[in-house]
Design a protein around this ligand. Structure first.
Ligand code: 2HA
Ligand code: ZN
Length: 269
């Protein structure tokens, strides 16, 4: 059996959590990540015998049998690199997703993130849209969060503003961002609402809270949030100043052609 701390998915998870903390996106126990694992790969590192069985509090038959590397509830991203086995866990969903067998980690008796419903429901939605999707990531980037206090939360308006703030935005997230109004976090309700929003985009803003991103791997998902957050930062730098010019819809169409992307239907004139 190989040492799981050397597994590429583990190394990448630890680096990503550390990097997110470094960006200031995950203060205290803020944020959470889940990564869908390949079972054949996992078997090189684990005997797959459950250590404990946890209740999920929801059904997710689509994910039954699937294994996830996930951050722990109440755990700090800051500490992931120093004690991965305490702050991270590997679970396999069983019993129609109502139970999660802990296969590794959460070694202090802990459990998966409080946002597990939003993560698992988002995985279901994104796997339908793209079978290669493996990552759901949540964090609290300051500029995106700040923007939800002063910008219209209309999804088209919010997306268009972000696209206009950096040339690369429409290329990186042509599907735009969806926005949820403030809702109580950690519940199945916000999980269901997030997953519904994930049907049409890989970025979902939680107003006055943070953002969810989804993607094929940790790098792509990190990059997605990083790009949206950069755009929000530009917005906050300029929103109070008289606007002299912006990226026009005509220029956005040039970007679509040049980079082979298609902007969300109806979002460009
Ligand atoms: O627990 O970010 O939304 C960490 C969170 C909750
Ligand atoms: Zn949060």
């Amino acid at each position: 059996m190989k040492d799981i701390l050397t597994a590429p998915f583990m190394v990448e998870m630890i680096r990503t959590a550390t990097n997110m903390y470094g960006h200031g996106w995950d203060e205290r126990n803020g944020g959470n990540i889940s990564l869908l694992l390949d079972e054949a790969e996992l078997k090189e590192y684990l005997d797959m015998r459950p250590v404990r069985v946890l209740e999920t509090g929801f059904a997710a038959p689509e994910l039954a049998g699937k294994c996830f590397l996930v951050t722990g509830t109440g755990k700090y991203f800051k500490n992931v690199q120093y004690a991965p086995d305490v702050n991270l866990g590997i679970v396999r969903l069983t019993d129609g997703g109502t139970k999660a067998e802990l296969l590794w980690g959460f070694s202090d008796g802990g459990k998966f993130t409080s946002e597990f419903p939003a993560h698992m429901m988002s995985h279901i939605a994104r796997l339908k849209a793209d079978p290669a999707n493996r990552v759901v990531m949540h964090c609290h980037p300051a500029n995106l969060l700040a923007m939800t206090y002063v910008h219209d939360l209309d999804e088209k308006a919010f997306t268009r503003t972000l696209w206009q703030m950096c040339t690369e935005c429409i290329v990186v997230f042509p599907d735009g961002v969806n926005v949820l109004p403030w809702m109580l976090c950690g519940t199945n309700e916000i999980g269901e609402a997030t997953a519904k929003k994930m049907e049409t985009t890989r970025l979902v803003v939680w107003a006055q809270h943070g953002i969810y991103g989804a993607g094929r791997d940790l790098d792509e998902t990190f990059g997605l949030i990083e790009t949206a957050e950069k755009a929000a930062e530009i917005y906050l730098k300029i929103a109070h100043l008289p606007l002299k010019q912006t990226i026009t819809d005509e220029q956005m169409h040039l970007l679509e052609q040049r980079f082979g992307v298609k902007a969300r239907e109806g979002y460009l004139s």
